[in-house]
Design a binder for this molecule. Structure first.
Ligand code: ATR
Length: 266
């Protein structure tokens, strides 16, 4: 029986256990996936525990995605470039860190039929989550514009990946194929970081927040006629990529999405 799990702080609301366990059960893989609440001060001990117990792999969530990098044996260059590890795979005692968040973004866009090569993509926010989003957009050949409340952070992100930086106060002038919301503004609150008039300048709107599933940002985008992509897609697809790395099997992605949705609506 193999053991996998997610580490985070807090971790009790993570949807990863339901998604991964549903996929493991569906494929008849003899493994379990747990949730481990690990405070920042306990991270080194937790990673030692992974080695000592032979845990097969970890999903890594807030606040450990950057800090965990110091305790691993090998890090994928893409994760290095994004500056965050959300996946640890135990390869016969060698802990390998990688990042599937950007793959979750990429697959969400591809599955929605969004073609971004040579097109303008606007990102709202410049925090940790925005880095994986911007990386995915660059990989898809988009021309990226980053709008952030704290302008120097947008500038840094634009410098790191290529793109143009703007202050969030200028968002009303933004236009392009897609606008992607990466801030925490709509999380568990009926707020949006952008005025609804901005959606007239876009075809597609995506939010990485999934609580609520239909954020104010997505509702206003939909009302303006945009195609919308919810944040649960990215979560499920990044988890599906982890599942492949953990088990070597292609996961039942639709089942994972439905289980995550069910758990979200509780
Ligand atoms: P995460 O890792 O989830 O991206 P983060 O690194 O703390 O979290 O980044 C949060 C993002 O939400 C930032 O872009 C932040 O803007 P600042 O860089 O100006 O702090 C953005 N954000 C948070 N609260 C905001 C608010 N009330 N208005 C606009 N942007 C906000």
């Amino acid at each position: 029986m193999k053991v996998f799990g997610v580490i985070g702080y807090p971790v009790s609301h993570s949807l990863s256990p339901v998604m991964h366990n549903a996929a493991l059960r569906h494929l008849g893989i003899p493994a379990v996936y747990g949730a481990f609440e690990v405070g920042p001060e306990d991270l080194p001990a937790a990673i030692s525990g992974v080695r000592a117990l032979g845990i097969g792999g970890l999903s890594v969530t807030v606040p450990h995605k950057e800090a965990v990098m110091a305790w691993l044996d090998e890090i994928d260059p893409v994760a290095e470039r994004i500056g965050a590890v959300n996946t640890v795979v135990n390869r016969e005692g060698c802990l390998f860190g990688t990042n599937t968040d950007w793959l979750g973004v990429k697959r969400s866009l591809l599955e929605a039929g969004v073609e971004l090569s040579g097109k303008k993509a606007v990102v709202v926010g410049a925090g940790g989550a925005a880095r994986a989003v911007v990386y995915a957009l660059c990989e898809l050949g988009a021309e990226v514009e980053i709008y952030n409340r704290t302008f120097p952070k947008a500038e840094k992100l634009a410098r790191d990946f290529g793109g143009r930086a703007y202050a969030l106060s200028e968002i009303i002038k933004a236009s392009g194929e897609i606008i992607i919301q990466t801030t925490s503004v709509g999380l568990k609150s009926w707020k949006s970081p952008v005025p609804k008039e901005v959606f007239e300048n876009f075809q597609v709107a995506m939010d990485i927040v999934y609580v609520p599933l239909k954020t104010r940002f997505l509702s206003e985008a939909e009302a303006a006629g945009c195609q919308t992509i919810d944040g649960l897609k990215m979560l499920v697809y990044q988890g599906a990529e982890q599942f492949k790395l953990f088990t070597g099997y292609e996961p039942p992605v639709e089942l994972m999405y439905q289980e995550a949705l069910r758990s979200l609506h509780g």
